[in-house]
Design a protein around this ligand. Structure first.
Ligand SMILES: [Zn+2]
Length: 501
């Protein structure tokens, strides 16, 4: 029975967010426990199931994930990496491993150290130079030389929002099976495309990513092409690897290079077409447009995204600028229902609401982590609800609903994302019955979108500020679009050869 080692690191690290993500910000699954945690739309499940179906023994190690956040704590990362390495050595000593298949994100960065995935791959490659090593990736991967040099092949998600995580895991498992069963020898090609692009401009449901992704799928049907991925990078990380890229796996170097160069040149030719897909305005204008729609009797609820402080893209989720504008706006009182606002990450302020449901209190909240962008708010209001140990979040935490100045504000003890409206219903408010719902998101998730009658993105301030030209980059390689506008690009010159090939 062939033995395949599996592990997963899932994190997108925002270098503009001052939070250092540590133990309390991650959920960690170890060993065989993963077999009881199969999920829909999950790359680890996508990897494990086909390997088991093939009759392989799957050796589970460590599976780590967390909501995107600031860069990751060095000691936490080293402990996890060493644990995976030690488990791999031990398993191999019992009976030699035949392959390794990982589910990596590809934009996890360690504070003061650098890339997370590259160093893990490098150590695994050193220990196991001759067995197939494949990995699935997020679409927002920042490819690095260390990753490229130490893996036989990657495949990235093709859908944004990422509805194809499971399929991508299956794809990585299939590459492993092909290498073990059919003697498939993988050749990979990586071409940098010097573009920084916010996720909100690269939804694959609209052009230009829709067409680009279809081209990847078409390419994968060609003889000898095993995987073709656009890796979009992560713009809120200031590092020397930041860039978009194309990555192709094929049965010959010539085919991999040819297709990667072609897809890269195609992407470059579309660079001016990337734009916001939702209605987008600066903060105050976004609020004005929403109130006007309510006054007109338009269908409700209207959703506003506080996009500059989006925890699902790694912002601190404690910037108060957009909330303050809403609380100070006289029009909030004219609404049928309080504005529903999700939310502020503030452990102390959340805890201060505990045991005070129905009471009026004065609370200071926000700007505890990102102390530069905005200031804390002090307000008197009523605690409307409190939940202890809310379990829908990957990290169980307390939540409070604090009502002040016409706004129902979700306060969270942990760095949670506002992906689903459950967070509101659990606190006693239904998003569908609200006039205006505000979420710290960029484009709306499918679940929020299903409720929204209109979706408006507000260009607010925070460490996911969508106006990339205003960010204080110092390390990204230049020239890069859109920070630099006019410069030549030749995909072939950006084909980066793999060392050791
Ligand atoms: Zn992503």
């Amino acid at each position: 029975m062939k033995r395949v080692l599996v592990a997963s690191l899932q994190h997108e690290s925002n270098s503009f967010n001052p939070i250092i993500a540590g133990k309390n910000d991650f959920h960690v699954t170890r060993g065989a426990e993963i077999f009881n945690k199969f999920k829909e739309n999950d790359p680890v499940t996508g990897i494990i199931k086909p390997l088991l179906a093939q009759g392989y023994e799957v050796i589970p190690t460590v599976f780590v994930g967390g909501v995107p956040n600031g860069e990751v704590d060095y000691n936490f990362y080293m402990d996890i990496k060493n644990e995976i390495i030690e488990m791999a050595k031990k398993a191999n000593a019992e009976k030699p491993l035949d392959a390794i298949t990982l589910a990596l994100h590809g934009s996890m960065r360690i504070k003061g150290f650098g890339e997370a995935e590259g160093y893990l791959l490098e150590e695994l490659r050193e220990l196991f130079p001759n067995i197939p090593l494949f990995s699935s990736l997020d679409m927002h991967t920042t490819m690095t030389e260390r990753m490229h040099n130490n893996c036989d092949g990657f495949v990235g998600y093709k859908c944004a929002p990422h509805t194809d995580r499971y399929e991508t895991g299956v794809h990585a498992a299939r590459m492993t099976i092909a290498a073990l069963e059919n003697g498939f020898h993988p050749y990979s090609a990586w071409v940098k495309v010097p573009i920084l692009i916010a996720g909100e401009q690269s939804s694959t449901t609209v052009e230009p990513m829709k067409g680009l992704t279809e081209e990847c799928r078409r390419t994968e049907k060609e003889d000898g092409i095993v995987a073709a991925s656009y890796l979009m990078g992560f713009p809120w990380a200031d590092n020397e690897d930041s860039s978009c890229a194309v990555y192709v796996v094929a049965d010959s170097q010539e085919k991999a290079d040819r297709e990667a160069v072609r897809l890269a040149q195609l992407m470059w030719s579309k660079k001016d077409e990337f734009c916001f897909q939702t209605e987008t305005y600066h903060e105050q204008e976004a609020i004005d447009v929403a109130f006007k729609a309510v006054a007109n009797g338009d269908p409700l609820p209207i959703y506003l995204s506080d996009s500059g402080d989006n925890p699902t893209a790694g912002s601190s989720s404690d910037c108060t600028g957009f909330l303050k504008l809403l609380m100070e706006d006289k029009r909030t009182d004219s609404l049928k229902t309080p504005v529903l606002y999700g939310g502020i990450y503030d452990p102390e302020a959340t805890k201060a609401c505990k045991g005070k449901v129905g009471q009026e209190i004065t609370l200071t909240f926000g700007a505890k982590f990102d102390t530069v962008t905005t200031q804390p708010i002090t307000a008197t209001g009523t605690v409307k609800a409190y939940i202890e140990n809310w379990k829908r979040s990957s990290i169980p935490c307390d939540l409070a609903l604090f009502h002040s100045c016409g706004v129902d504000i979700v306060l969270a003890q942990a760095h949670v994302g506002y992906m689903t409206p459950d967070i509101f219903s659990d606190l006693g408010r239904e998003a569908k019955d609200a006039d205006i719902v505000v979420c710290k998101l960029g484009y709306l998730t499918e679940q929020q979108s299903a409720i929204a009658k209109r979706s408006i993105m507000a260009l607010s301030k925070g460490s996911t500020n969508e106006d990339l030209k205003t960010l204080p980059y110092t390390k990204v390689p230049r020239p890069i679009f859109p920070l630099d506008e006019q410069f030549p690009y030749c995909a072939e010159e950006n084909l980066i050869a793999k060392k050791g090939n």
